[in-house]
Design a protein around this ligand. Structure first.
Ligand code: ADE
Length: 230
């Protein structure tokens, strides 16, 4: 099996590269892909750079160039629900693009003609994630993730995301990966550990907790890969 693991920032994949240890670097589209042979399978790890376009390119490269059959995203997110605290881990049940607005033509926010507002992540991968969480006694939360090319750091915008999309988490890449995987029919799942609450203090919290929260997600993804390959 070939599995692609994407983070947005170097900090989000560093713990994974440390865990797996030995890798070969392949450059594609000015982006480094770290190729690992593990348990008779191949893993490709890359950080895409921030934003939906970069994430979509990385996911496309993993699938169309390297032949990845499953895509896992590992990283951090802003928590929009009161019970999503820094360090908590969540999977996205479905994702939307909160910055898509062609409402001038009567479309609902987040909707693109011939597409859909929400894209579901793969239910089988999510079931495996739930099993892995149980096995390792790791609390795993679930919810809707809204992605957009904006770092959310205001109570007002946070409220708008909850009211408009029913969002539980916010980040800047997941929906880009979701669109690519959905169109190319490749199962995907999105893991995010909370780094901030997307409010007025989000920037400070993000800087403080990026590394530790990224590590929470990466450790879980390693267990997920072990379960997929057993
Ligand atoms: N990733 C982590 N925290 C975020 C936030 N507050 N907004 C957007 N992306 C994020």
């Amino acid at each position: 099996m070939k599995i692609g693991i994407i983070g947005a920032m170097r900090e989000e994949i560093t713990p994974l590269l440390e865990i797996f240890g030995t890798y070969k670097e392949i450059i594609l589209g000015d982006n480094s892909f770290y190729n690992i042979f593990y348990k008779n399978s191949e893993i490709y790890i890359a950080y895409s750079k921030i934003g939906k376009v970069h994430a979509a390119l990385t996911a496309s490269g993993m699938i169309l160039h390297f032949g990845c059959e499953k895509i896992i995203f590992s990283g951090v997110a802003g928590g929009l629900r009161a019970d999503l605290k820094v360090g908590d881990l969540m999977i996205a049940t479905k994702l939307c693009q909160h910055d898509v607005d062609i409402s001038a033509f009567g479309h609902p926010l987040g909707f693109i003609p011939e597409s859909k507002i929400y894209i579901q992540s793969d239910s089988k991968l999510n079931d495996i994630a739930r099993l892995v969480a149980k096995k390792h006694d790791t609390p795993l939360k679930e919810g809707i993730i809204a992605s957009g090319d904006q770092f959310i750091a205001s109570a007002e915008k946070k409220r708008w995301l909850i009211e408009t999309f029913g969002a539980d988490g916010v980040e800047m890449e997941g929906a880009g990966v979701a669109v690519v995987c959905d169109l190319l029919k490749v199962p995907f799942c999105i893991f995010r550990s909370i780094s901030d609450s997307a409010d007025g203090e989000a920037d400070v919290s993000f800087d403080e907790f990026l590394d530790s929260s990224a590590r929470v997600s990466a450790n879980f993804v390693k267990n997920m890969v072990d379960t997929l390959l057993q």
